[in-house]
Design a protein around this ligand. Structure first.
Ligand SMILES: Nc1ncnc2c1ncn2[C@@H]1O[C@H](COP(=O)(O)OP(=O)(O)O)[C@@H](O)[C@H]1O
Ligand SMILES: [Mg+2]
Length: 297
């Protein structure tokens, strides 16, 4: 990032910080206790990454999210679970304002990231999406080389100017995504020439190349075979040292394996949110228990 870009970025961040503070007063500061209290993992001192309060969303007349409040902790994996259509993807898209792209959407409530209101007028969406990366269900590499898939966004954000820096950044992202050894000799081949599991790791490398704070993953392994799935699960466990991960999964074993925290959604409401171990061992609500034990969904 050059000096001017950095300055602009910081000015924008400070402006949105100011408006975030103004908005904050309207919302409760306390940890939400709707459904059941959120139980923090008591053995770990966690920092807050994303604070959501009273978040509702409508597609036209249809309400898809109803009064969601949740704290997402930094450097943890949080899993969103619940039956299809309960609002998991919609919620995820609220965290990087991707719902803005849908014209019928109306949003009420607060989404705050590191103390800044994501929906504040001063918030630069490009800067926001740099801080909040996204990985989708179907691996979607750009129709470009493996190298370009990773280098493109950092260049767009002026994070690198020299070719050598760019090479280094690409290598680091591919290493962090556990893909470097498999692709280092064919960086200029198309991203789409890789296997499905490799393509998904390429998409993860692309997401982490700009060093975001948060990575959103929407069913990142549901199109993959079991071995690629296990590789991505291991990767999530490593990546949380540097990033905060919010992931959607339909696979209860996956939630149990990778997630520190789990939020159970049902018909647009967040029914229960807790440390995963606690939620799975001792769900507080009948609905969560039924879903986790496979009685419906
Ligand atoms: N772009 C859209 N336009 C209108 N309705 C939508 C749109 N996306 C999702 N919905 C509706 O919002 C609800 C939540 O959907 P979604 O967030 O995709 O659920 P999930 O990811 O949990 O399966 C569903 O009723 C769905 O039909
Ligand atoms: Mg979905």
């Amino acid at each position: 990032m050059n000096d001017t870009t950095l300055q602009n970025f910081q000015t924008q961040q400070n402006q949105s910080l100011a408006s975030g503070d103004a908005v904050r007063g309207q919302y409760s500061a306390a940890t939400p206790d709707k459904g059941q209290p959120v139980t923090r993992n008591e053995s770990v001192e966690e920092n807050l990454s994303v604070r959501v309060r009273d978040l509702s969303l409508w597609y036209g007349e249809h309400q898809a999210l109803d009064d969601i409040s949740i704290d997402v902790f930094a450097n943890t994996v949080t899993a969103l679970i619940g039956p299809s259509g309960c609002g998991k993807s919609t919620f995820l898209r609220c965290l990087n304002r991707m719902n803005d792209l849908i014209s019928s959407v109306r949003i009420k409530g607060l989404v705050e990231m590191d103390g800044r209101d994501v929906n504040a007028r001063g918030m630069d969406e490009v800067a926001l999406r740099r801080r909040v990366g996204m990985v989708f269900q179907k691996p979607n590499p750009f129709p470009k080389s493996i190298y370009e898939n990773v280098a493109y966004a950092p260049r767009m954000h002026d994070m690198v100017s020299r070719k050598a820096d760019q090479d280094e950044l690409v290598e680091r992202a591919l290493r962090d995504a556990g893909l470097w050894n498999e692709v280092k000799d064919k960086l200029h081949e198309p991203g789409t020439s890789l296997s499905g599991g490799q393509q998904q790791r390429l998409c993860i490398a692309r997401a982490i190349a700009v060093r975001p704070d948060v990575i959103l993953m929407d069913e990142p392994t549901s199109a993959l075979d079991p071995i690629s799935t296990a590789t991505i699960e291991d990767l999530m466990d490593k990546l949380k040292q540097d990033f905060t991960i919010v992931t959607v999964t339909h696979n209860m074993q996956q939630a149990a394996r990778v997630a520190d925290y789990t939020a159970f959604f049902h018909l647009g409401e967040m029914i229960e949110y807790n440390a995963t171990k606690q939620m799975f061992a001792n769900p507080h609500t009948k609905k969560a228990e039924d879903y986790i034990t496979g009685r419906y969904g």
